[in-house]
Design a protein around this ligand. Structure first.
Ligand code: SF4
Length: 306
């Protein structure tokens, strides 16, 4: 048990590390993505929103310092805290020169009360120079790097237009972990064409790597995405809340108990969300996960090692 939870939450982990509630502040580093600028693709991953899968960030035209101040003010209405993590969330946050990356990450780290950095990126956008920079940052601050894998299955990766192979993920993950850089992997549940057992195969694969963290998302169909068009054409099956809760609980039981669970629900913008509308009731989803684990008399890691 992790405080009152049956799974190892990020909230629990950060409180243990920093001694108090620690808040993530979303920053728009004004990056783009090789899957959007024509290097790999022009239209991005099929589900990706106009803001590069980060819809709650500040204005990218503001400086990083201004964004952090603004986000702190917003968050302070909700939580009392003196400890913050700067979260470079949308687009591909290592897709730039090392010089520019160093400048942006240093600006965030130099802001008052910033105790760590979270950097979301693609595994094919971390070369050896960037690895060196990440290693350096890791020696100075509490750093984690997030990789959007979504699924281990080639057919699914092609459907999503992810644009890199599983081997690339394996290689980057290994390089990060070799340098003791905390690595978080994103997986999406409910992708059309995937069975429950395929989704759990992805979970098992990631679990076996003993990564520091995992984010599980329900697939969101957002307005103005190619996925929305595909949904309108095909009306593919969307998981119900009950089905999602069942798969998430199975996934948690497969995951290493040391792996930090960063998220179990998606955070789509209400005005952009087409389906599944039940994800708007985030607390209900989380409470159903708690209830289901209790009903099963189970917890994260019950089936680990696999
Ligand atoms: S890698 Fe991320 S930012 Fe780039 S298209 Fe895919 S979801 Fe969007």
């Amino acid at each position: 048990m992790w405080n009152d939870k049956r799974y190892h939450t990020l909230d629990y982990e950060l409180k243990k590390t920093f001694g108090e509630k620690t808040i993530k502040l979303s920053i728009d580093g004004n990056f783009t993505c090789p899957n959007r600028d024509g290097t790999i693709g022009n239209r991005g991953c099929i589900f990706c929103s106009e803001r590069g899968s980060g819809d709650f960030n500040s204005d990218k035209n503001k400086s990083i310092t201004e964004q952090i101040q603004e986000q702190k003010q917003i968050m302070s209405k909700k939580w009392k805290s003196n400890t913050y993590i700067g979260y470079f969330q949308n687009y591909t946050n290592t897709y730039d020169t090392v010089k520019n990356l160093r400048k942006k990450f240093s600006e965030a780290l130099n802001c008052e009360q910033i105790s760590g950095l979270a950097i979301a990126t693609r595994p094919d956008c971390i070369n050896s120079e960037i690895l060196e920079l990440l290693e350096e940052l890791n020696s100075k601050t509490f750093l984690w790097v997030e990789l959007g894998l979504q699924s281990i299955h080639d057919k699914t990766a092609a459907f999503l237009r992810r644009g890199y192979k599983l081997e690339q993920f394996d290689e980057t993950c290994e390089q990060l972990m070799k340098r003791k850089i905390k690595t978080v992997v994103h997986l999406i549940l409910g992708i059309p064409g995937e069975t429950k057992s395929q989704m759990l195969d992805s979970v098992k694969y990631v679990s076996a790597k003993n990564v520091w963290g995992v984010k599980l998302h329900m697939l969101h169909v957002l307005k103005n995405t190619d996925l929305a068009e595909y949904y309108q054409k095909t009306g593919f099956k969307i998981l119900t809340r009950e089905e999602y809760v069942d798969i998430v609980c199975d996934a948690l039981m497969l995951l290493n108990p040391d792996t930090v669970i960063h998220r179990l629900t998606g955070d789509g913008k209400k005005s952009d969300l087409i389906e599944p509308l039940w994800t708007l009731h985030k607390l209900k989803v989380l409470s159903d996960i708690d209830k289901e684990l209790k009903f099963r008399e189970s917890c994260q890691g019950e089936h680990f090692p696999l």
